[in-house]
Ligand binder design. Structure first.
Ligand code: V47
Ligand code: SF4
Length: 375
C-alpha cells in the first residue's frame, strides 16, 4: 500500500492540493479540517481508497473483525420524534409499539444460553417507565445469569433522559451503570453534531455537547464506547467534518472510543422519505475519508445489516476493518427504514466466508477487540 500511495503522489495528473494531503498521510501526519473538507469536495474514489487502505493497513493489516452478538430492543415507543426514524412510535400511539418487561428481555437472553455469543447490544426508544431502576435491575439480572456476556447498552440519548429524571449527574449516573454491570456503550444517538442540522432532524434529544460529555464521563471510568455518524441526509460535507473533528478531539483526551461507525441515512417509512439516499460510491468515499480523518480511532466499522452484504464487502477496500456481528435477526431499526437486509442474520461461517471472499483475514473479536478466534 505504501508503494501504491507513493506512485499516486508522483502522478503528474494529481491535483496539487490533494497531493499535499496524500503526502501528509504517507508521513503519518494528521490532516486538518480544511483537508477533510477538500477530500469530500475533490477526492475521487480510487484516490481516497488508496489513502484509506494505507492508514488501515498500518493499524490492522489484512485483518477484518466481527463478533457474535444479538440485539435486544426494549421498546420502540419514544418520547422523541427524530424525523429520520422509521422505527419509533410516538408515546401517544403506544398501542402500535412494543414495550418489554425485564422478564421478557431475560427470556430473550436465556434463549442464547449455551450458544457462543459474546455480546448483547441493547437499545431502543425512550420512555418514562424504562428508567434508572429499570435498567440497573436489568443489567444486574443479566450479569447474575451470565456474567461473561458483554453488555453494550443504551446511548447518551437514553442516559441523559434517565439521569435527569433520577436527578443524577452524568458522572454519578455512569458510575452506577458500571456498578450494575454495564460493560460498554454503543455509538448511537450521535446523528450529526452540528446544532442547526441536529435540531432539524433530532430536535429535543440530547445535544452534541451532552452526547460527548456522557461518553467522556464513561471513558473517565476506564470504560469504552463506540461513535456513529448519520450521514447522507440534509447535512453538508462541512457538517460531517465537524462531527469527526469533535470526536477526534474527545478521543485525543480519553482514548475511550473503540470504533467509528458511519450510518447511511435510509429513507424508507419515515418523515424524510422525500430526501434521496446517497449512492454506494458516496458511502465508500465516506468510509475512506473517516478512516483518513480519524487517525486516533483504531477501527472503522461498516454495519452490514444496514448497507447490505455486497457494500460491506466493498467497504473492506476503503478503510473499513470491522463488519459488526452475526446479529441473528434481532434488530428492527434498519429493516423498518428500508435497508437491504430485512432479516439481518448471518451464521459465523457465513460472516467468515463473506470476509474471506475479499481476500482478508477474518478475526472473531470480543467487544473490546481481543481476539476470540482466528479463521
Ligand atoms: O442513532 C435510525 C440510526 C442508530 C435510521 O455501536 C438510522 O456497535 C439510518 O447506533 N437510517 C442506532 N440510520 C444504531 C447504532 C448502532 C448500530 C450498530 C452497531 C452499533 C455499535 C451502533 O441508528 C441511531 C440512528 O443514527 N438510525 N434510523 C435511518 N432511517
Ligand atoms: Fe427515539 Fe431514537 Fe427514534 Fe429518535 S432515533 S425517535 S430517540 S428511537
Amino acid at each position: 500500500m505504501a508503494h501504491s500511495l507513493t506512485q499516486l503522489i508522483s502522478s503528474s495528473a494529481l491535483d496539487p492540493s490533494l497531493k499535499k494531503i496524500a503526502e501528509k498521510v504517507l508521513a503519518g501526519e494528521r490532516i486538518t479540517f480544511d483537508d477533510g473538507l477538500l477530500l469530500y469536495e475533490k477526492g475521487e474514489l480510487g484516490f481516497l481508497g488508496t489513502l484509506a487502505e494505507f492508514v488501515k493497513e498500518k493499524k490492522s493489516g489484512n485483518k477484518v473483525f466481527f463478533n457474535r452478538n444479538f440485539h435486544v430492543e426494549p421498546t420502540n415507543i419514544c418520547v422523541y420524534t427524530c424525523s429520520f426514524c422509521a422505527y419509533s412510535r410516538l408515546i401517544k400511539n403506544r398501542e402500535e409499539g412494543w414495550e418489554m418487561s425485564i422478564d421478557q428481555m431475560m427470556d430473550i437472553i436465556k434463549k442464547y444460553d449455551g450458544q457462543p455469543v459474546t455480546e448483547v447490544h441493547i437499545t431502543g426508544g425512550v420512555i418514562p417507565k424504562q428508567d434508572f431502576k429499570f435498567y440497573t435491575d436489568l443489567f444486574r439480572k443479566i450479569k447474575e445469569h451470565r456474567p461473561e456476556l458483554h453488555i453494550k447498552a443504551l446511548t447518551p440519548v437514553e442516559y441523559h433522559y434517565i439521569f435527569k429524571k433520577a436527578k443524577l449527574s452524568y458522572a454519578d449516573g455512569m458510575k452506577a451503570m458500571k456498578e450494575a454491570g454495564l460493560d460498554s456503550m454503543p455509538g448511537g444517538g450521535a446523528e450529526i453534531f452540528d446544532p442547526e442540522i441536529r435540531d432539524q432532524i433530532a430536535g429535543g434529544k440530547c445535544s452534541a455537547d451532552e452526547w460527548l460529555a456522557i461518553h467522556e464521563e464513561w471513558h473517565k471510568l476506564g470504560m469504552h464506547s463506540n461513535a456513529t455518524m448519520l450521514y447522507g441526509h440534509i447535512e453538508k460535507f462541512r457538517h460531517r467534518v465537524d462531527h469527526m473533528e469533535r470526536l477526534r478531539q474527545l478521543q485525543d483526551k480519553t482514548q475511550g472510543f473503540n470504533c467509528f461507525i458511519p450510518l447511511k441515512f435510509r429513507n424508507g417509512n419515515n418523515e424524510m422519505s422525500h430526501v434521496p439516499e446517497v449512492s454506494v460510491i458516496e458511502d465508500l468515499r465516506n468510509y475512506a475519508i473517516s478512516r483518513i480523518y480519524l487517525d486516533n480511532f483504531e477501527h472503522v466499522k461498516a454495519y452490514w445489516a444496514m448497507i447490505g452484504r455486497s457494500t460491506a464487502q466493498l467497504s473492506l477496500n476503503f478503510g473499513v476493518d470491522d463488519i459488526d456481528g452475526t446479529i441473528d435477526d434481532t434488530t428492527k431499526i434498519y429493516s423498518m427504514a428500508g435497508a437491504e437486509e430485512q432479516s439481518p442474520k448471518l451464521s459465523t461461517q457465513e460472516l467468515v466466508d463473506l470476509i474471506k471472499q475479499t481476500g482478508k483475514k477474518p478475526i472473531e473479536r470480543s467487544t473490546l477487540y481481543e481476539t476470540v478466534m482466528e479463521f
